[in-house]
Design a protein around this ligand. Structure first.
Ligand SMILES: C[S@@+](CC[C@H](N)C(=O)[O-])C[C@H]1O[C@@H](n2cnc3c(N)ncnc32)[C@H](O)[C@@H]1O
Length: 261
């Protein structure tokens, strides 16, 4: 949907502000709930963070998918062979994978609060026979190796709204590049920092960033994830661009595309 200036700018600013407010409200509820049910964990930040994010994503995930589904579905549809989907969340896009083209699907998802829905969506997508859910972050290389995810072993890497949350994103992207077979592909849809030519938008993102990782499960609003992936190693093909109808100043604008090793 292409809204008319300046309405589009106002709405674009409103979305992250609304998310911050909701994050605070959910954070308070989560704290009170933990206090009432698991008192010993009430002041454990990691626990609160995971619980608050689970609650948040169960609300925002489906809302966001209404916007991103048309962008993600054609990219998910080209996934083939051994597929590594990083941070699939509750698996809301799994239905777009073409199960007949997938030999093996690894879902690396550290948020256990989302695993129940994730398993349900694996089943709905008819991917049960080929799927392994790995309960860790992508940085846990040894766990990945134990599953046979080693250098040059993967045909398709899928990152949809996750590079904003991984630790040391540049290093992580180089590691992911190493996992791809020659000729392997990386499909990506990530929200990113505003374009260089919009310093005010970058500055506002910087303001949001002060609270964003705490309230959004470790997500960062101003990462240059497109560049990290492009520079992760030599590619034979790079098809990367901005999301549809985006100008480059959006708070949650996207980099979208496919790269071939
Ligand atoms: C914004 S959600 C996106 C979920 C899903 N890709 C989608 O678009 O519906 C980010 C996901 O990345 C996961 N995540 C966070 N840190 C991660 C890490 N270090 N390794 C793998 N996944 C991670 C979160 O648990 C969460 O499920």
């Amino acid at each position: 949907m292409c809204l008319i200036y300046p309405l589009n700018r106002i709405i674009d600013l409103f979305i992250p502000s609304f998310m911050v407010m909701t994050g605070i409200v959910f954070g308070v509820f989560t704290f009170l709930e933990v206090l009432a049910t698991e008192r010993s964990l009430a002041f454990n930040f990691e626990h609160w963070h995971a619980q608050q994010f689970t609650r948040l994503w169960k609300t925002f995930g489906p809302l966001g998918s209404n916007i991103l589904r048309p962008t993600i579905s054609p990219l998910a549809a080209v996934a083939n062979g051994v597929v590594l989907d990083i941070g699939p969340g509750d698996g809301q896009y799994l239905a777009h994978y073409q199960s007949e083209n997938i030999i093996k699907l690894y879902l690396v998802e550290p948020c256990v609060g989302l695993h129940k829905r994730l398993r349900e969506n694996v089943k709905k997508a008819g991917l049960e026979d080929v799927t392994t859910i790995i309960d860790c972050g992508i940085q846990h290389v040894n766990i990945l190796y134990d599953h046979g995810i080693t250098p040059a072993s993967v045909d398709t890497i899928a990152t949809f709204s996750v590079l904003c949350s991984v630790p040391d994103p540049e290093e992580t992207c180089r590691f992911l590049y190493s996992l791809l077979k020659p000729g392997g592909q990386w499909v990506i849809v990530e929200h990113v920092i505003a374009d260089l030519k919009f310093p005010l938008a970058r500055w506002i993102q910087g303001m949001f960033e002060v609270v964003w990782p705490t309230l959004m499960g470790g997500c960062n609003i101003n990462r240059d994830s497109g560049s990290y992936v492009r520079e992760a190693g030599p590619w034979t093909k790079v098809e990367l661009g901005r999301g549809q109808n985006e100008f480059g100043w959006e708070m949650l604008g996207h980099v979208v595309g496919r790269l071939v090793k």
